[in-house]
Design a protein around this ligand. Structure first.
Ligand code: FMN
Length: 370
């Protein structure tokens, strides 16, 4: 299994933009140094706890301070951008990163952030329709062949390169198509039988889920696999990323204390538990554990939802999940605000990359079927 970080970044509300930016870059440097394979950076125009509005700025800065790790915005919210502008930005950034970039796309989770971009009362169906139209336009722009289209949501085009007859370079158009000619694209999915995950399958894109219970996750893979096969794509579990809350320390006791009393516990108690309840994301875990909603508190989350413990415990917990769900190729660790005590957080990353990830593999029968 590969190890990735997803930097949402769940900052305490009092952090400044500068602190948030510096913490993102520190995570990128440490993840790169300690053996992580990828880092995803989220995009939110309005949320106080999820306060990176422009993942591309973090990625561009981090590119200059890292050597190996791959980066992805996860996700650029396609309804909230002009697709041609975004296509040019993404193509250029992929060229700057010279192969260390892939593109994450999503519809957008928060109506406030859609509202800022002039979208009111949008249902998920119309947001998903916007995602499809935006990607069509982006792919046309990357092709660099002349077109002009007036879509349902946007108009865009690509101009003809006209020879001016002067035998010089002045007429030439810059090439902002993806580095290496092709971009790896990933699509985020949340809900049971996710329409976004179905779209990923239809187009052969990578699926990326937030872990919200084994049964929901199973529906994600089944949805993806069916859509991929119906459209002649190979559903390959090694391309599947699943994000989870993970904390590893030398002992179970230490890991539990650092998770509960550190940035993870702080954020879940004040922000994520209420939000997850609103999005219906706790029910899946309650069902998995055969528990009741009234059982849910921070300690219950630590023992039943987060993956917390010594490397041995975490390997065991992950293997159990893999057995039930079929597994995934990349564990995308959700980052939290450990600014006030960063060492245990970075040590946890080190243990994940070196003591956990190498010991987890896709079950053989699943890998063979992929
Ligand atoms: C791994 C992951 C990352 C996401 N990142 C963002 C993000 O940065 N900003 C945002 O508004 N929504 C984000 N979302 C939510 C998506 O924009 C979208 O609401 C969701 O994928 C819709 O899923 P559904 O089709 O299953 O309902 C993310 C979802 C997942 C699974």
């Amino acid at each position: 299994m590969e190890s990735g970080l997803i930097h949402i970044p769940y900052m305490r509300p009092e952090r400044t933009s500068r602190e948030t930016f510096d913490w993102a870059l520190a995570n990128a440097r440490e993840a790169d140094k300690r053996g992580f394979d990828s880092m995803m950076v989220a995009e939110h125009a309005t949320q106080k706890w999820e306060c990176i509005p422009n993942p591309e700025l973090v990625i561009a800065a981090a590119a200059a301070q890292t050597e190996r790790i791959k980066f992805a915005p996860m996700a650029h919210l396609l309804p909230q951008h002009h697709p041609a502008g975004l296509a040019i930005q993404v193509g250029w950034l992929s060229q700057i990163l010279e192969g260390r970039y892939f593109l994450g796309v999503g519809a957008g989770a928060y109506p406030q952030s859609s509202y800022v971009h002039g979208i009111r009362d949008a249902d998920s169906q119309s947001l998903n329709e916007m995602v499809r139209e935006a990607l069509d336009i982006m792919e046309k722009v990357w092709k660099r062949e002349p077109f002009f289209m007036e879509g349902k949501y946007w108009s865009a085009g690509y101009p003809e390169e006209v020879e001016d007859g002067h035998d010089d370079d002045q007429h030439k158009l810059a090439d902002y198509s993806p580095y290496g000619g092709k971009l790896d694209i990933a699509v985020t999915g949340l809900s049971p039988n996710s329409p976004s995950i179905r779209f990923a399958g239809e187009r052969g894109f990578k699926p990326v889920s937030i872990y919200s219970g084994s049964s929901i996750l199973k529906t994600h893979w089944e949805t993806y696999e069916k859509a991929a096969l119906e459209n002649s794509h190979v559903p390959d579990r090694s391309r599947y990323h699943v994000s989870q809350t993970v904390f590893v320390a030398e002992t179970d006791k230490e890991a539990r204390k650092l998770a509960l009393e550190g940035g993870i516990g702080y954020c879940f108690e004040r922000y994520l538990m209420p939000i997850w309840e609103r999005f219906g994301m706790i029910e899946g875990f309650v069902k998995d554990a055969g528990a009741e909603m009234s059982d849910v508190n921070l300690e219950w989350m630590c023992d039943n939802v987060w993956i917390v413990g010594s490397p041995e415990t975490v390997v065991e917990k992950m293997n159990k999940l893999f057995e039930f769900t079929g597994g995934w190729g990349t564990l995308q660790v959700e980052s939290h605000d450990y600014i006030d005590n960063p060492t245990p957080w970075f040590e946890s990353l080190e243990l994940i990359a070196n003591e956990v990830a190498p010991k987890i593999a896709l079950p053989e029968k699943v890998a063979a079927a992929s």
